[in-house]
Design a protein around this ligand. Structure first.
Ligand SMILES: NC(=O)c1ccc[n+]([C@@H]2O[C@H](COP(=O)([O-])OP(=O)(O)OC[C@H]3O[C@@H](n4cnc5c(N)ncnc54)[C@H](OP(=O)(O)O)[C@@H]3O)[C@@H](O)[C@H]2O)c1
Length: 193
């Protein structure tokens, strides 16, 4: 069982524009050509921040057109928020707040031996890393730059560096990079900060 941050990013390190648009991403590649189907088959639980969840709420018509329902995941999903947000009917959602370490044992148990997917955003993935709970970063780098926007991973992670374990080109629009997070990386960088 691994905790994986799986996402797509612009070449300059943003996962959404400042106003949370993903229009730039949808033109870059066919999800059928990515490793998504294999990836999601290994996922037993999801974690996402409030802005990512609200994107799903705002774009429900697009999601329905793509997957046939307003919520694309059968796995239980933990939504981190300090607010009361509307529920998507039929989705297995748990709204939580605060330290990811307090929630993680429940997520791991629910995942039943499968992986935990940190969907985003970048800071939530960073919170899992800060807690020593992040094992892998799988990022599809799109062939675009955004200049500014929501950051991929707003943390300093230098020593030891990530370990690049796979690289795959997906047409002209995407390059998928798979990294392992070294054990003890969060503590080492915190010591130097
Ligand atoms: N490119 C991709 O593949 C991809 C993947 C995922 C997401 N996205 C997009 O990227 C953007 C990410 O937005 P974002 O950077 O703002 O991140 P986010 O993690 O989606 O949302 C951040 C918000 O989540 C809540 N939150 C986070 N950690 C919390 C905690 N420990 N306890 C309680 N609440 C917590 C806070 O909101 P409140 O306190 O206000 O509730 C915080 O402002 C979205 O537009 C999303 O659609 C893109």
């Amino acid at each position: 069982m691994k905790t994986q941050y799986y996402t797509a990013s612009s070449l300059d390190g943003f996962i959404a524009t400042e106003d949370d648009s993903l229009e730039w991403l949808h033109a870059l590649g066919d999800i059928g050509e990515t490793g998504y189907a294999e990836f999601i088959a290994g996922v037993g639980a999801l974690a996402m921040g409030a802005t990512t969840y609200e994107w799903m709420l705002r774009n429900s018509e697009r999601v329905i057109a793509e997957v046939g329902s307003a919520w694309p995941y059968s796995q239980p999903t933990w939504v981190f928020t300090s607010r009361t947000l509307p529920r998507v009917a039929g989705a297995d959602l748990r709204f939580v707040r605060g330290d990811v370490r307090a929630v993680f044992p429940e997520m791991r148990a629910a995942a039943g031996g499968k992986n935990v997917w940190v969907v985003g955003g970048g800071d939530l993935a960073g919170q899992f890393h800060d807690a020593g709970l992040l094992d892998e970063i799988i990022v599809q780098i799109g062939s675009v730059t955004l200049g500014r926007g929501k950051p991929l991973f707003p943390r300093r992670l230098t020593s030891p560096p990530l370990r690049l374990v796979a690289v795959r080109q997906i047409g002209p629009g995407l390059a998928e990079l798979r990294y392992e997070v070294p054990v003890g990386g969060a503590e080492a960088d915190a010591d130097k900060a």
